[in-house]
Structures are given as structure tokens and as C-alpha cells.
Design a protein around this ligand. Structure first.
Ligand SMILES: Nc1nc2c(c(=O)[nH]1)N[C@H]1C(S)=C(S)[C@@H](COP(=O)(O)OP(=O)(O)OC[C@H]3O[C@@H](n4cnc5c(=O)[nH]c(N)nc54)[C@H](O)[C@@H]3O)O[C@H]1N2
Ligand SMILES: Nc1nc2c(c(=O)[nH]1)N[C@H]1C(S)=C(S)[C@@H](COP(=O)(O)OP(=O)(O)OC[C@H]3O[C@@H](n4cnc5c(=O)[nH]c(N)nc54)[C@H](O)[C@@H]3O)O[C@H]1N2
Ligand code: SF4
Ligand SMILES: [Mo]
Length: 682
């Protein structure tokens, strides 16, 4: 047996972006071992359960290994294999016919199935820019918090992951780290062993919250109020860093006025917690240094998510936490890599050649697939006639599934899906094209949870007839007659040049990863990336952040709450990654079956017992699953875990049957966790 070990990077939408070593038997193309790279400081050789079983995904018996053409009705998932040339010729012919009328009737739909710079938006972006297709606003996950960070700090910038180990107080705010940010949890544990206090702020009593010293179970969508209440206490007790505020915060006097309106009592009433919890949390935060906040995207999936992130992001400025490298905040670190990514070269927006195709928000795909042509000024524009999906599973993950499904079932919609598996979305395709996995292709990665960049070398040859996303778009480009030289760039060339010369390429190839040059304590002396160089509370054209209530809650929508009194959040399941891995049996067996966690008092009021099949419903639909009567749920809030594949669920639905398409205050993102429901026995 001849063994070879290559450097890889985990491609999944996870802040950890682990460095991986893959060992293969080159003769048999067998995957021998997949292990974390112990030399990589932020991820130190540990992989999560999902990816340590990656071979099960790559060599899954149900993997799509040939191009497939639809033979049954739309959505039935009935296909027959066809040769590559036949599929690509037909797809190019049909796209060209639509483009001849208006290329904007073609919509690319992609997200972070892989976070790779090559198999994400490189050749695909070149292709759609050259075509003049509609542009996709990629809002489904992080744009509310992202815009909030841009407004406050001037970019998606935050602490180094590794420095959390030295913090004395760690607020784990809207983050189930053990599930979704495992390597952060390792550093938080190190801090705990050294005497730090850990506090979780989360409506759900997660395994992470359980292992913290304290858990504050606020109502979903009330984080902005909590941040203001904390500021109130920091002000009245004078736990402020006046020098830092004066020099490095723009709009502090106005923010101070706003915060003084949020007494602990008012805050507690809004958040569904006690005034003493507010006071004690403020005391801990105001009197412990260095204090660090690990904020995660879960808390911004509500109407006021953007304002809430702005308010939480200002807290470290009030107490001067940024002065220490182990103080401050981390929501996303992706902005640190922005200057070293060759994005314009990878994606070539110049191929638009002055055209400005309309922009479609991926989070309202349900409504948008059902829209007719509206050519009036400011109108929707042409009806969507074709969708090309890659790195995403919108039928499962987008809000208000009933509409998404109806859209994808349109007989007059031409749908191409690049996939590894027959997902709920692939079932709706006219053509499914077999894509390679991370073990079979080149890529280059930055991270949103740490400050390193990584390379991914192919470990095995493509399985079956699979081709990389970039290769598929290269071949479509050739058939469409796009003859610009950039359409000849190979995957290896794209990966090798994904970063600027600021990244040491030899070291990247040799070690698999390189650390970015980011200051130890980036805002110790201000220096934010905003125009003023200060953290912004308010500035000309930038309104003061305030608490914005949920679209759907008892205070904002009392009539709706009378019919649907329970707030439902739908955070990630630990052994799935969004809808990825749901079809890997050993992982699905750990998760069991689709369920909703409900507090004993809410269960008793509805005559429900643990394990009972239930219907979770609202005006948008009904989702059948099992009730788990559990202290993980707080009164008034139910937790529908994970984005299951609809076809593996009880009645062919998942939680998104219940969610709506109303957007967040900033960033035009979905508000998945801002959703009222009722639960009844089935
Ligand atoms: N295992 C696993 N890991 C993942 C993912 C996955 O699906 N599975 N998803 C990945 C993706 S796409 C992302 S974007 C990242 C981050 O994804 P996040 O969605 O941030 O993931 P979590 O940290 O698991 O969950 C967020 C936590 O926020 C809590 N929460 C919900 N609503 C509120 C609220 O209003 N306020 C507060 N304070 N808390 C709230 C939830 O109960 C949950 O415990 O994780 C990534 N990592
Ligand atoms: N109710 C509810 N809904 C949610 C969330 C929630 O918390 N609650 N979370 C939201 C969040 S944070 C996000 S980020 C979105 C995620 O939504 P998506 O980005 O759609 O993520 P996945 O569901 O993981 O689907 C990714 C797909 O890409 C495929 N894929 C992976 N690698 C490749 C590749 O190299 N080539 C090709 N062609 N395909 C590949 C995988 O097989 C998988 O089917 O979901 C959102 N939806
Ligand atoms: S999913 Fe996250 S924790 Fe798991 S291997 Fe990938 S990057 Fe690491
Ligand atoms: Mo996400």
C-alpha cells in the first residue's frame, strides 16, 4: 500500500475552518485517514464528529456520480443518467435561449456549501458576470450582523480566537459553541481552568450554557434591550472607561441618553428575565478585565438583529475591553482576510462591462420565484425563467418553504443543480450535475472564526464522473462561446493565486496554512476601520441603534400571539451542518428524529408528554415532529432543532414550513428565529 498525506481544509460553513490532513492509499484511491492538523494553532488537530466521518459522506452509496436528467414530474426526484456532453450542450442551449431575451431571467443561487474561494464564487461568478445574469444578494446567514459590524467597527473585525484563553470573563452570547464553534470552546475551557467566569446568554439551555457558570435565558430577539440595560448599569455605577469613550467612540453622548432610559426593571420585563440578572451581569462585565464576548450569528436572525449586534458590539468600548488582547468581541473575523483575497481577479465583476443586472435577495426566493414580469420603474423586472443552484439547498434552508417549493415546482422554470446528493432542491432539478467534494478538488480558504488562511489539495481523483464546480462552469462557458482567457484558468491556478503576495505562498503549500498579519489587540488604541477611525454609535447619516422588537412577539403582534403563543427558534443541530450531513446515517442516528423541545409547563398546558408526535403550526403551515419535554426549552419558547431534509421528515416538511420571509432591520436577512407557533398533539 502506498500512502500519501495531503493538506486539506474543512470546506463547511463553520467558523472553525479546520486544517486537515488526509491520508490516502494512492493505488486504491481509498481514504485511509482524515485527521485534524495538530500544528494548526487555532484548531490544534481536533475535528468535530461530522467531519471526522467525512469518508462516509464522500463514499456514500447515494452520492450522485453521473449527470442526471429529469424524467418524472417536477419535484418528484425521478431522473435518468445522461452523458456529460449531452447535459452540458442542452443546458448551454437553454440558457442561451433565455439570455437572448434577457439574461436577468437567469438566477444563480449559491451559498456556503463550500466556503472555498475556488469552488465558491470564482469561475461561477465569472460565468454569471459575463452572461449578465441577475445578481444574488447572499443574505441568508450573516448580513444583519455583518452590516452592523461594518457600521460599528468599519468591517467584520474582531478578536483573535486564541486570546480568549486569557480572558477573565467570557460572555458566550447567542452561541452554542460546543455544537457550532468547537475550537472556540477549547479556548473558553482553558480560560475557565485559569479561573475565568463563563456566562451564556441564550434562550435555550444548550450543552454549552449548561457548562457555563451562569446561563441567562432571555426571550428571543431581546438582546438589544439587554445590551442597553447593561449600558444603563455601567453608566449609573460608573464602570466606564471615560478616556476610551472620549477618544475612540463617535456618538457616545447620544448613546448614553438612550441607555439611561433602560432601567434594570424595564430591561428585565422586555427580556423575560429578572432585574437582578441584569444588575449582576453588568457588575461582572463592568468590574472584570479582560472581558471578552463571543457573539454568534444565532442572535441576529430576528427583526432587530442588526441593531442588537450594533449595541452588543459597543459594549467593549464602554469598559475599554479592547485595550487588552484578551478583551473585546468576536462575531466574525472574516474582514481581516479581505485585503489579502484576490476577489476581483477570482470573480471578475468587470465582465459585467457596465451592465448592472438587478439584484435578487436569496432570502425571499419563495416570493421571487412566484413573481411575474414587472417592467415598471423600480419593479421586479423579468420573471425568473432559470435557476442554477450550487453549494446550497434552498428548498430546505430558505424561509417559508411552502412558497419555495411552489416556485421550484413551476413547470416553466428551468433548474440546474450542482450537487453531491439528491437533496430536496436537487429533486426539483431538470438537470443534476455531480460535483466533486473537498477531497477531490483544489481550493483556498479564509475563515470567519480565526485569523489564518488555508490551502486544500485534492487527496483523491474525482469519484465517478464528478467534476468540480469551477470545471463545470468552465465547460459551460466554452459552450456559451465565452472566449475570454480567464475561462481557461485551471482550478489549481485559481487556488494558487487566490491570495495576494501578502500571503507567503511557499509556506501555504508547505504547511497548509498561514497566519494573517493582524495586530494582537487590534483596537487597543482605537484605530477602527470606520471613516472617523472611531467605533460608531451614531454619526452623520448613521442613526443611533435602538432595541427593535420581533416581527412576531406578544408585544408587537398581540393578536397573532393570542393564536400562536409560543416563540419558535430553530438553531443548528449539533451533528448536522445546516442541511448538510442529514443524509449521513451515523450522524442522523445521533440526532434521532425531527423534534421540538418544549418546557414542562407549556407541555402540560397542552396535554403533551415527552416523545409524543405533535403538529407545530401557524398560518404558514404545519410541521409534524416529536415533542421533547425538556429543561432545554424556557417557558414560552420552543426549539425546533436543525434543518432536516424535508423528505426525511415526518410529513415531508421541516421547520422552514413555519418561518416567514420578513427581513431584518439591517442587511435584508431572514428572521428565522422570529416566529410564533402553536403546538398540538397529532
Ligand atoms: N454543528 C453545526 N455547526 C454549525 C452549524 C450547524 O448547522 N451545525 N451552522 C454553521 C453556520 S451556517 C453558522 S452561521 C454558524 C453560526 O451559527 P449560529 O446560528 O450562531 O449557531 P449556534 O451557535 O449553534 O446557535 C446560536 C444560538 O443562538 C441561540 N439563539 C437563538 N435566538 C437567540 C436570540 O434571540 N438571542 C440570543 N442571545 N440567542 C439566541 C440559539 O438557541 C443557539 O443556541 O455556525 C456554523 N456551525
Ligand atoms: N430555520 C432555519 N433555517 C436556516 C438556518 C437556521 O438556523 N434555521 N440557518 C441558516 C443559515 S445560518 C445558513 S448559512 C443557511 C445554509 O444554507 P446552505 O448554504 O444552503 O447550506 P446547506 O444546507 O448546508 O447546503 C449546502 C449544500 O451544498 C452542497 N455542497 C457542498 N459542497 C459542495 C461543492 O463543492 N459543490 C457543490 N455543487 N455543492 C456542494 C452540499 O451537499 C449541500 O447540499 O441556512 C439557513 N437556514
Ligand atoms: S465543521 Fe467546523 S469543527 Fe467540524 S471540521 Fe469543519 S471547521 Fe472543523
Ligand atoms: Mo450560516
Amino acid at each position: 500500500m502506498s500512502l500519501r498525506t495531503v493538506h486539506a481544509a474543512c470546506p463547511h460553513d463553520c467558523p472553525d475552518t479546520c486544517a486537515i490532513r488526509v491520508t490516502v492509499d494512492t493505488a486504491g484511491q481509498r481514504i485511509v485517514r482524515i485527521q485534524g492538523d495538530s500544528d494548526h494553532p487555532p484548531t490544534h488537530g481536533a475535528l468535530c464528529t461530522k467531519v471526522s466521518r467525512y469518508a462516509e459522506r464522500v463514499d456514500h452509496p447515494e452520492r450522485v456520480l453521473t449527470p442526471l436528467k429529469r424524467v418524472g414530474p417536477k419535484g418528484a426526484g425521478q431522473f435518468q443518467p445522461v452523458p456529460w456532453d449531452e447535459a452540458l450542450d442542452d443546458i448551454a442551449r437553454r440558457l442561451a435561449a433565455i439570455a437572448a431575451r434577457d439574461p436577468q431571467a437567469i438566477l444563480p443561487y449559491s451559498y456556503a456549501g463550500t466556503m472555498g474561494l475556488v469552488q465558491g464564487e470564482s469561475m461561477a461568478a465569472r460565468f454569471f458576470h459575463r452572461l449578465g445574469a441577475s445578481r444574488l444578494d447572499r443574505t441568508i446567514c450573516a448580513s444583519a450582523g455583518g452590516q452592523a459590524l461594518e457600521m460599528t467597527y468599519g468591517g467584520k473585525l474582531g478578536m483573535h480566537l486564541e486570546h480568549f484563553a486569557e480572558s477573565r470573563l467570557v460572555l458566550i452570547w447567542g452561541s452554542h459553541s460546543i455544537a457550532s464553534n468547537l475550537h472556540f470552546w477549547t479556548f473558553a475551557q482553558a480560560a475557565k481552568r485559569a479561573g475565568a467566569k463563563l456566562i451564556a446568554i441564550d434562550p435555550r439551555r444548550t450543552e454549552t450554557a449548561e457548562k457555563c457558570h451562569q446561563h441567562i435565558a432571555l426571550l428571543p430577539g431581546t438582546d438589544g434591550a439587554l445590551a442597553l440595560g447593561l449600558m444603563h448599569e455601567l453608566i449609573v455605577n460608573d464602570w466606564l472607561d471615560h478616556d476610551y469613550l472620549a477618544r475612540h467612540v463617535q456618538g457616545w453622548p447620544e448613546l448614553r441618553e438612550e441607555a439611561l432610559a433602560w432601567s434594570p426593571e424595564r430591561t428585565a420585563a422586555e427580556c423575560g428575565i429578572t432585574a437582578d440578572e441584569v444588575r449582576a451581569l453588568a457588575r461582572d462585565y463592568g468590574t472584570t478585565a479582560p472581558a471578552a464576548i463571543r457573539l454568534n450569528y444565532g442572535m441576529q436572525r430576528v427583526h432587530g438583529g442588526g441593531n442588537a449586534v450594533r449595541l452588543v458590539a459597543l459594549l467593549p468600548c464602554l469598559v475599554g475591553a479592547w485595550r487588552h488582547r484578551a478583551g473585546g468581541l468576536l462575531l466574525s473575523a472574516s474582514g481581516w482576510a479581505k485585503p489579502v483575497k484576490n476577489s476581483a481577479w477570482l470573480e471578475r465583476p468587470d465582465l459585467l462591462a457596465g451592465r448592472q443586472p438587478r439584484v435578487v435577495n436569496m432570502s425571499t426566493i419563495g416570493d421571487d420565484l412566484l413573481r411575474e414580469t414587472d417592467a415598471s420603474p423600480g419593479g421586479f423586472g423579468p420573471k425568473i425563467e432559470a435557476v442554477v443552484v450550487y453549494n446550497s439547498n434552498p428548498v430546505a434552508v430558505a424561509p417559508e418553504s411552502a412558497k419555495v417549493v411552489a416556485g421550484f415546482r413551476r413547470d416553466d422554470l428551468f433548474t440546474v443543480v450542482l450537487e453531491h446528493f439528491l437533496t430536496d432542491t436537487a429533486d426539483h432539478a431538470d438537470y443534476v450535475l455531480p460535483a466533486t467534494t473537498q477531497l477531490e478538488h483544489w481550493d483556498a480558504h479564509a475563515s470567519y472564526g480565526h485569523t489564518w488562511v488555508l490551502i486544500n489539495e485534492p487527496a483523491i481523483a474525482p469519484r465517478g464522473q464528478a467534476r468540480s464546480n469551477a470545471e463545470i462552469f468552465r465547460q459551460l462557458a466554452a459552450r456559451m462561446g465565452f472566449d475570454e482567457p480567464c475561462f481557461a484558468d485551471t482550478d489549481e491556478h485559481l487556488a494558487a493565486n487566490a491570495f495576494t503576495d501578502a500571503v507567503d505562498r511557499d509556506a501555504l503549500r508547505r504547511d497548509g496554512f498561514v497566519k494573517l498579519a493582524v495586530p494582537e489587540a487590534p483596537f487597543a488604541d482605537g484605530g477602527f476601520a470606520t471613516p472617523s477611525g472611531q467605533a460608531v454609535a451614531t454619526a452623520p447619516g448613521v442613526p443611533l441603534p435602538t432595541h427593535v422588537r420581533n416581527h412576531e412577539c406578544a408585544l408587537s403582534a398581540p393578536e397573532l400571539a393570542a393564536r400562536y403563543p409560543l416563540a419558535m427558534i430553530s438553531p443548528p443541530a449539533r451533528h448536522f451542518l445546516n442541511s448538510t450531513f442529514v443524509n449521513v446515517k451515523s450522524l442522523r442516528d445521533i440526532e434521532g428524529e425531527p423534534l421540538v423541545e418544549i418546557h414542562a409547563s407549556d407541555a402540560a398546558a397542552r396535554g403533551l408528554v415527552d416523545g409524543q408526535p405533535v403538529r407545530v403550526f401557524n398560518d404558514r403551515g404545519s410541521y409534524e415532529c416529536v415533542a421533547r419535554v425538556s429543561p432545554r426549552a424556557r417557558p414560552g419558547v420552543v426549539n425546533g432543532l436543525g434543518v432536516w431534509w424535508r423528505k426525511l421528515g415526518r410529513n415531508g416538511t421541516n421547520v422552514n414550513q413555519l418561518t416567514h420571509q420578513r427581513l431584518t432591520d439591517l442587511g435584508a436577512a431572514p428572521s428565522f428565529y422570529d416566529c410564533l407557533v402553536e403546538v398540538a398533539p397529532l
